[in-house]
Design a protein around this ligand. Structure first.
Ligand SMILES: [Fe+2]
Length: 243
Protein backbone atom coordinates (compact mmCIF):
# COMPACT_ATOMS: atom_id res chain seq x y z
CA UNK A 1 0.00 0.00 0.00
CA UNK A 2 0.98 3.64 -0.25
CA UNK A 3 -0.13 6.50 1.97
CA UNK A 4 0.41 10.24 1.70
CA UNK A 5 -0.51 12.61 4.51
CA UNK A 6 -1.48 15.88 2.88
CA UNK A 7 -1.48 19.26 4.61
CA UNK A 8 -2.16 22.54 2.93
CA UNK A 9 0.42 25.23 3.73
CA UNK A 10 -0.70 27.64 6.49
CA UNK A 11 -3.82 25.57 7.24
CA UNK A 12 -3.65 23.50 10.44
CA UNK A 13 -7.34 22.70 10.34
CA UNK A 14 -7.50 19.60 8.26
CA UNK A 15 -5.16 16.86 7.15
CA UNK A 16 -6.19 14.86 4.11
CA UNK A 17 -5.04 11.36 3.23
CA UNK A 18 -4.41 9.67 -0.08
CA UNK A 19 -3.80 5.94 0.13
CA UNK A 20 -4.29 2.82 -1.86
CA UNK A 21 -2.97 -0.23 -3.58
CA UNK A 22 -0.65 0.11 -6.57
CA UNK A 23 -0.78 -3.57 -7.57
CA UNK A 24 -4.57 -3.46 -8.01
CA UNK A 25 -4.60 0.19 -9.15
CA UNK A 26 -7.13 1.47 -6.59
CA UNK A 27 -6.99 4.42 -4.23
CA UNK A 28 -9.05 6.42 -1.78
CA UNK A 29 -8.97 10.17 -1.10
CA UNK A 30 -10.08 11.20 2.39
CA UNK A 31 -11.20 14.66 3.57
CA UNK A 32 -10.21 16.48 0.38
CA UNK A 33 -10.14 20.29 0.37
CA UNK A 34 -11.83 22.05 -2.53
CA UNK A 35 -8.61 23.74 -3.64
CA UNK A 36 -6.78 20.42 -3.65
CA UNK A 37 -8.74 18.42 -6.24
CA UNK A 38 -6.07 18.74 -8.94
CA UNK A 39 -3.37 17.63 -6.50
CA UNK A 40 -5.21 14.33 -5.88
CA UNK A 41 -5.79 13.77 -9.61
CA UNK A 42 -2.12 14.44 -10.29
CA UNK A 43 -0.94 12.11 -7.51
CA UNK A 44 -3.18 9.32 -8.83
CA UNK A 45 -1.68 9.78 -12.32
CA UNK A 46 1.85 9.68 -10.96
CA UNK A 47 1.13 6.44 -9.08
CA UNK A 48 -0.80 4.91 -11.99
CA UNK A 49 -3.90 4.26 -9.88
CA UNK A 50 -7.58 4.98 -10.33
CA UNK A 51 -9.29 7.01 -7.58
CA UNK A 52 -12.00 4.46 -6.77
CA UNK A 53 -13.32 5.93 -3.50
CA UNK A 54 -13.64 9.41 -1.99
CA UNK A 55 -14.62 9.72 1.69
CA UNK A 56 -15.50 12.67 3.88
CA UNK A 57 -15.28 11.57 7.52
CA UNK A 58 -18.00 14.10 8.44
CA UNK A 59 -19.62 17.21 6.98
CA UNK A 60 -16.85 19.71 7.64
CA UNK A 61 -17.43 23.08 9.28
CA UNK A 62 -13.95 24.51 8.84
CA UNK A 63 -13.13 24.10 5.13
CA UNK A 64 -14.87 23.69 1.81
CA UNK A 65 -14.89 20.01 0.88
CA UNK A 66 -13.65 18.92 -2.54
CA UNK A 67 -14.89 15.36 -1.99
CA UNK A 68 -18.05 15.44 -4.06
CA UNK A 69 -16.38 17.27 -6.97
CA UNK A 70 -13.32 15.00 -6.99
CA UNK A 71 -15.62 11.95 -7.11
CA UNK A 72 -17.56 13.52 -9.99
CA UNK A 73 -14.41 14.27 -11.98
CA UNK A 74 -12.89 10.81 -11.47
CA UNK A 75 -15.98 8.59 -11.48
CA UNK A 76 -15.21 7.45 -7.91
CA UNK A 77 -17.83 6.54 -5.32
CA UNK A 78 -18.44 9.36 -2.81
CA UNK A 79 -18.98 7.93 0.65
CA UNK A 80 -20.31 9.44 3.88
CA UNK A 81 -21.75 7.87 7.01
CA UNK A 82 -25.42 6.96 6.62
CA UNK A 83 -26.41 9.53 9.26
CA UNK A 84 -24.97 12.41 7.22
CA UNK A 85 -27.23 15.40 6.65
CA UNK A 86 -25.98 15.83 3.06
CA UNK A 87 -28.78 16.74 0.68
CA UNK A 88 -27.28 15.00 -2.35
CA UNK A 89 -26.76 11.36 -3.34
CA UNK A 90 -23.87 9.55 -1.71
CA UNK A 91 -22.93 5.98 -0.87
CA UNK A 92 -24.00 5.46 2.74
CA UNK A 93 -21.49 3.84 5.08
CA UNK A 94 -22.59 1.74 8.05
CA UNK A 95 -20.79 1.16 11.33
CA UNK A 96 -18.46 -1.89 11.23
CA UNK A 97 -18.69 -2.14 7.43
CA UNK A 98 -15.42 -2.66 5.56
CA UNK A 99 -14.49 -1.24 2.21
CA UNK A 100 -11.69 -2.68 0.12
CA UNK A 101 -9.32 -0.60 -1.96
CA UNK A 102 -7.28 -3.36 -3.58
CA UNK A 103 -5.27 -4.93 -0.76
CA UNK A 104 -6.16 -2.18 1.69
CA UNK A 105 -9.18 -2.63 3.94
CA UNK A 106 -10.81 0.25 5.80
CA UNK A 107 -13.30 -0.64 8.51
CA UNK A 108 -15.81 2.09 9.31
CA UNK A 109 -16.17 2.98 12.98
CA UNK A 110 -19.09 5.33 13.58
CA UNK A 111 -17.85 7.67 16.32
CA UNK A 112 -20.43 10.42 16.90
CA UNK A 113 -19.39 13.33 19.12
CA UNK A 114 -17.53 15.95 17.08
CA UNK A 115 -20.52 15.67 14.75
CA UNK A 116 -23.30 13.08 14.58
CA UNK A 117 -21.95 11.64 11.33
CA UNK A 118 -18.27 11.40 12.32
CA UNK A 119 -16.42 8.24 11.40
CA UNK A 120 -12.93 6.87 11.99
CA UNK A 121 -11.30 4.44 9.58
CA UNK A 122 -9.46 1.41 10.89
CA UNK A 123 -6.96 0.24 8.30
CA UNK A 124 -5.38 -3.07 7.35
CA UNK A 125 -2.83 -3.67 4.62
CA UNK A 126 -3.44 -7.27 3.58
CA UNK A 127 -0.10 -7.48 1.79
CA UNK A 128 1.52 -7.16 5.25
CA UNK A 129 -0.84 -9.16 7.45
CA UNK A 130 -4.45 -9.76 8.47
CA UNK A 131 -4.59 -7.35 11.42
CA UNK A 132 -5.39 -3.62 11.39
CA UNK A 133 -2.47 -1.32 12.22
CA UNK A 134 -3.64 2.26 11.67
CA UNK A 135 -6.58 4.43 12.60
CA UNK A 136 -7.48 7.54 10.63
CA UNK A 137 -9.07 9.30 13.58
CA UNK A 138 -9.73 12.57 11.70
CA UNK A 139 -11.71 14.98 13.94
CA UNK A 140 -12.78 12.48 16.62
CA UNK A 141 -9.43 11.88 18.33
CA UNK A 142 -6.42 14.15 18.06
CA UNK A 143 -2.98 13.67 19.54
CA UNK A 144 -3.42 14.89 23.12
CA UNK A 145 -6.99 16.06 22.56
CA UNK A 146 -10.41 15.31 21.05
CA UNK A 147 -12.71 16.97 18.53
CA UNK A 148 -14.83 19.85 19.82
CA UNK A 149 -18.45 18.73 20.29
CA UNK A 150 -20.25 22.07 19.99
CA UNK A 151 -20.22 22.94 16.29
CA UNK A 152 -23.84 21.90 15.65
CA UNK A 153 -25.24 22.76 19.11
CA UNK A 154 -26.35 20.37 21.89
CA UNK A 155 -22.76 20.27 23.11
CA UNK A 156 -23.39 18.45 26.39
CA UNK A 157 -25.29 15.65 24.64
CA UNK A 158 -22.63 15.51 21.92
CA UNK A 159 -19.79 15.45 24.46
CA UNK A 160 -21.43 12.43 26.13
CA UNK A 161 -21.58 10.68 22.75
CA UNK A 162 -17.92 11.57 22.14
CA UNK A 163 -16.93 10.03 25.48
CA UNK A 164 -18.79 6.81 24.60
CA UNK A 165 -17.34 6.68 21.07
CA UNK A 166 -13.81 7.06 22.35
CA UNK A 167 -14.04 4.74 25.33
CA UNK A 168 -16.17 2.03 23.72
CA UNK A 169 -14.81 2.01 20.18
CA UNK A 170 -11.31 3.53 20.04
CA UNK A 171 -9.60 2.82 23.36
CA UNK A 172 -10.62 -0.85 23.10
CA UNK A 173 -8.41 -1.27 20.01
CA UNK A 174 -4.96 -2.84 20.31
CA UNK A 175 -2.46 -0.43 21.86
CA UNK A 176 -0.01 -0.72 18.93
CA UNK A 177 -2.55 0.74 16.46
CA UNK A 178 -1.08 3.93 14.98
CA UNK A 179 -3.27 7.02 15.12
CA UNK A 180 -3.20 9.35 12.14
CA UNK A 181 -5.32 12.38 13.02
CA UNK A 182 -7.18 14.84 10.81
CA UNK A 183 -5.83 18.07 12.27
CA UNK A 184 -2.83 19.43 14.10
CA UNK A 185 -2.22 22.07 16.75
CA UNK A 186 -3.91 25.35 15.80
CA UNK A 187 -7.02 23.79 14.25
CA UNK A 188 -10.41 25.34 15.05
CA UNK A 189 -11.87 21.81 15.42
CA UNK A 190 -10.07 20.93 18.68
CA UNK A 191 -8.52 22.49 21.79
CA UNK A 192 -5.08 21.67 23.19
CA UNK A 193 -3.93 19.49 20.30
CA UNK A 194 -0.35 18.32 20.86
CA UNK A 195 2.51 19.33 18.57
CA UNK A 196 3.32 15.61 18.26
CA UNK A 197 2.19 14.71 14.72
CA UNK A 198 1.11 11.10 15.27
CA UNK A 199 0.48 8.69 18.09
CA UNK A 200 -0.75 5.23 19.05
CA UNK A 201 -3.81 4.02 20.95
CA UNK A 202 -1.51 2.99 23.80
CA UNK A 203 0.26 6.35 24.00
CA UNK A 204 -3.04 8.25 24.04
CA UNK A 205 -4.53 5.88 26.63
CA UNK A 206 -1.67 6.72 28.98
CA UNK A 207 -1.00 10.37 28.08
CA UNK A 208 -4.09 12.08 26.67
CA UNK A 209 -5.24 14.26 29.59
CA UNK A 210 -8.98 13.93 28.85
CA UNK A 211 -8.94 10.12 29.02
CA UNK A 212 -8.22 10.10 32.72
CA UNK A 213 -11.44 12.01 33.46
CA UNK A 214 -14.78 10.61 34.57
CA UNK A 215 -17.56 10.97 32.01
CA UNK A 216 -18.98 13.97 33.85
CA UNK A 217 -15.60 15.72 34.12
CA UNK A 218 -14.87 14.92 30.46
CA UNK A 219 -18.15 16.56 29.43
CA UNK A 220 -17.35 19.67 31.48
CA UNK A 221 -13.80 19.91 30.21
CA UNK A 222 -14.63 19.61 26.49
CA UNK A 223 -17.61 21.98 26.61
CA UNK A 224 -15.96 24.80 28.57
CA UNK A 225 -13.56 27.49 27.32
CA UNK A 226 -14.10 26.65 23.68
CA UNK A 227 -12.53 28.91 21.04
CA UNK A 228 -14.63 30.87 18.52
CA UNK A 229 -16.35 28.93 15.76
CA UNK A 230 -14.39 28.50 12.52
CA UNK A 231 -14.63 31.52 10.18
CA UNK A 232 -17.61 31.43 7.78
CA UNK A 233 -18.87 28.24 9.46
CA UNK A 234 -22.53 28.49 8.42
CA UNK A 235 -21.61 29.22 4.82
CA UNK A 236 -19.15 26.32 4.72
CA UNK A 237 -21.60 23.86 6.32
CA UNK A 238 -24.25 24.81 3.77
CA UNK A 239 -21.85 24.47 0.84
CA UNK A 240 -20.66 21.06 2.06
CA UNK A 241 -24.11 19.60 2.58
CA UNK A 242 -26.25 21.23 -0.15
CA UNK A 243 -26.77 19.76 -3.58
FE1 LIG B 1 -14.36 18.86 11.88
Amino acid sequence: MFMIQRELPNDPSSISYFLGCISQSKSVAIDVHLEDIDWFIDQAKQKGVEISHVIDTHIHADHYSGGKELAKQTGAQYLLHESSSAKFDFVALKDQQSIHIGNVELKILHTPGHTLDSICLLGTDHTRGPNPWFLLSQHTLFVGSVGRPDLRGKEVEMAAKLYDSIHNKLLTLDEYIEILPGAKAGSACGVGISGKPMSTIGFEKHNNPVFKLSKQDFISQVTENLPPYPAKMDEILAANSDD
